[in-house]
Design a protein around this ligand. Structure first.
Ligand SMILES: Nc1ncnc2c1ncn2[C@@H]1O[C@H](COP(=O)(O)OP(=O)(O)O)[C@@H](O)[C@H]1O
Ligand SMILES: [Mg+2]
Length: 249
């Protein structure tokens, strides 16, 4: 059974058809990349998957359930988690506090001002786990607003993890990063996929990153899927080369 399935999904903005009859199928455990030129509809695709706005037509299935018209927060609760949307980052709070808020929300205890000692210990343990997995232990007490751009993006991923995703959506996780920061993010994504067995769907413009880590790729072009397949198949696809990879090189 596929983890995520979109069937003939369309979305327009006024007269602009941002996505036309788009279908996409992703299995559990995949590290799936969505690529395509600016304006191809990649972010719109994520907005439809996360429920930020509805599709005009088509159906979306996640983890065996139809979610086409499900509210965004219910999708998060079902394990469909996108970095920026649910993640309220609190820049003036520490990294630890930001993750703690996410963990409490996930555990449904945000409304309890004084959690019991055992619950507080459970929450702290989970925050420590996430800090370790994201390599943020040494930054736990830093205020988020003073961190570098790269570290802030890692904190966003950490907060997303606090919601215990079954599928993590990352929209251009390396955007605006230099080489070292990009490498750090790539290593994090790879380790979340390989060690934590997390399914990840990500939009990425850096082809070295895409072809370095993805096990499956969909290429979007003018709101349609131009091609979908393994990195090898995509790199060898003449339509992709003509429309996209050729001009990017
Ligand atoms: N909320 C919106 N309102 C109006 N037009 C939008 C909106 N979101 C996206 N678009 C338009 O839809 C097209 C696809 O945009 P987008 O999904 O952001 O592309 P990508 O992420 O691939 O660069 C673009 O022409 C963009 O201007
Ligand atoms: Mg975009």
């Amino acid at each position: 059974m596929s983890l995520l399935r979109l069937e003939n999904v369309s979305r327009s903005f006024g007269r602009l058809l941002a996505l036309q009859n788009l279908s996409l199928e992703m299995d559990e455990g995949q590290l799936y990349a969505v690529i395509g030129p600016n304006g191809a509809g990649k972010t719109t695709l994520f907005n439809l998957i996360s429920g930020f706005f509805p599709a005009n037509s088509g159906e979306i299935w996640f983890d065996g359930a139809r979610i086409t018209r499900l509210a965004p927060e219910r999708r998060v609760a079902a394990g469909l988690v996108r970095t920026f949307q649910i993640t309220e980052i609190f820049p003036e709070l520490s990294v630890f506090e930001n993750i703690r808020i996410g963990v409490e929300a996930q555990m449904g205890c945000s409304s309890k001002p004084w959690p019991s000692q055992s619950l507080a210990r459970q929450i702290n343990r989970r925050v420590e786990e996430i800090l370790t997995v994201t390599d943020l232990v040494l930054r736990a007490d830093r205020t988020v607003s003073v961190l570098t751009h790269g570290d802030q993006r890692v904190v966003e991923v950490a907060i997303a993890l606090s919601r215990r995703p079954k599928l993590l959506l990352l929209d251009e996780p390396t955007a605006g990063m230099g080489r070292a920061e990009t490498d750090h993010m790539v290593n994090l994504i790879r380790s979340l996929h390989e060690k934590q067995k997390l399914s990840i769907l990500f939009i990425e413009h850096d082809m070295d990153v895409v072809f370095g880590i993805a096990d499956r790729i969909s290429v979007l072009h003018y709101g349609r899927v131009l091609a979908a397949g393994t990195p090898k198949e995509i790199a060898a696809d003449p339509r992709v080369q003509a429309a996209y990879l050729g001009e990017a090189a």
